[in-house]
Design a protein around this ligand. Structure first.
Ligand code: NAD
Length: 355
């Protein structure tokens, strides 16, 4: 595997490969950028088929965090970590404590929170070895609630443009990953707003309970979620779900959801434009969680600040969607351009300040 030539390598400042044979830890921590402050982003645990796929994931996710944090105008950089889930039984607390030791070795350049398959209690275990963790139960708690709130508001902004009104009453929404941390909270917001929900997840029991609670329909075969005739498709599971195999199946006018890296390639953004489907760039719409954990970094970022920031984020997403419509270009591309411009400016400012 070539690292510096890797297609997802974007001059990441630092990539740490951390192992601990005793606990089975195999983690990769990627610090994409610290030009605006310490890199902050979640830790994901997944059964990766190969370390190459774990590397690709962490490189892409950490770049996405830099883009997300600078678009939301947060005084932090972007980073992310992945843990290759050990096979068989393992001591979860010991694994995350070992993760914490590796995190500590970065001296605060990277601060971790939760992502897929990682919960606040895992960060508590990591904290035994480092203070560089956020999203703690005695801190701002599970960031998924803030993410869900932000995605809900983003869906309203997308609906205002793609459906003519941000009122979601009676709007049909197909949610992928509905039983997940973000999915559950988001579905509750959407149901409260009167949306007609079609839900899929691999975790069937939790899905059945949620569907009953919200009077929603279950899409039994998770693969069939792409075929649901709805107004909005809301991916809240994993990335790369908009790909050549799924895009032609979508019968929706909007794609807007929490999942990171929804577009398998940049070309998928162009293809969505060609198909007249409005796309809310993932790292813009899903920044609510990182906004929420800011409170653990500095007491200035209190709940009033978080609430105001979510409103600003909704407006930012609206501006990006409006620019995309005006220029008939992918919103994902416009967001990337803004993020890269701001990162380059921040790097220049930092250089001047140091020089
Ligand atoms: P999670 O692991 O709690 O939930 C993911 C859900 O997706 C699980 O219930 C899982 O069973 C389901 N799933 C997996 N593959 C599926 C498939 N093929 N079809 C249907 N369901 C499937 O994770 P989460 O924390 O809710 O995060 C969801 C997504 O949002 C991820 O992409 C994550 O990176 C992104 N995200 C999360 C946060 C956050 O605050 N948790 C913040 C920003 C972005």
């Amino acid at each position: 595997m070539n690292l510096f030539e890797h297609p997802a390598f974007d001059n990441h400042e630092k990539v740490l490969f951390a192992t601990d044979p005793e606990t089975g830890l195999k983690a990769i921590m990627a610090v994409h950028s610290t030009v605006r402050g310490p890199a902050v982003g979640g830790c994901r645990m997944w059964t990766y088929p190969s370390s190459e796929e774990a590397v690709t994931d962490v490189l892409r996710l950490s770049q996405g965090m830099s883009y997300k944090n600078i678009i939301a105008d947060l005084p932090i950089g972007g980073g992310k970590s992945v843990i290759m889930k050990p096979e068989g039984d393992f001591d979860r607390d010991a694994l995350f404590e070992a993760f914490g030791r590796a995190l500590e070795s970065l001296g605060g350049q990277y601060i971790s929170s939760e992502d897929v398959n990682v919960s606040p209690s895992d960060m508590v275990a990591a904290r035994r070895a480092t203070h560089h963790v956020v999203g703690l139960p005695d801190g701002t708690g599970d960031p998924s609630l803030g993410t869900a709130r932000g995605v809900f508001m983003g869906i309203q902004a997308a609906a205002a443009r793609g459906l003519g009104s941000e009122d979601l009453n009676g709007v049909k929404i197909a949610v992928q990953g509905a039983s997940g941390h973000v999915g559950v909270h988001l579905c509750r917001h959407l149901a409260d707003a009167g949306a007609e929900l079609y839900l899929s997840d691999l975790r069937v029991d939790a899905l059945t309970d949620l569907a009953r609670e919200l009077d929603a329909q279950i899409v039994e075969n998770p693969e069939a979620i792409y075929d649901v005739e709805a107004d909005i498709f809301t991916p809240c599971a994993l990335g790369a779900v908009i790909n050549p195999g799924t895009i032609a199946r979508l019968k929706v006018r909007i794609v807007a959801g929490a999942a990171n890296n929804q577009l398998e390639t940049d070309e998928m953004g162009d293809e969505l434009v060609r198909r007249g489907i409005l796309y809310a760039p993932d790292y813009v719409i899903n920044a609510g969680g990182i906004i929420n954990v800011m409170g653990e970094l500095d007491s200035r970022f209190d709940t009033d600040w978080v609430a105001a920031k979510l409103v600003t984020l909704k407006a930012t997403l609206g501006e990006i969607l409006d620019a995309a419509a005006r220029e008939n270009r992918p919103a994902s591309l416009i967001a990337d351009e803004i993020a890269r411009r701001r990162l380059a400016n921040a790097a220049r400012e930092k250089k001047w300040a140091v020089g």
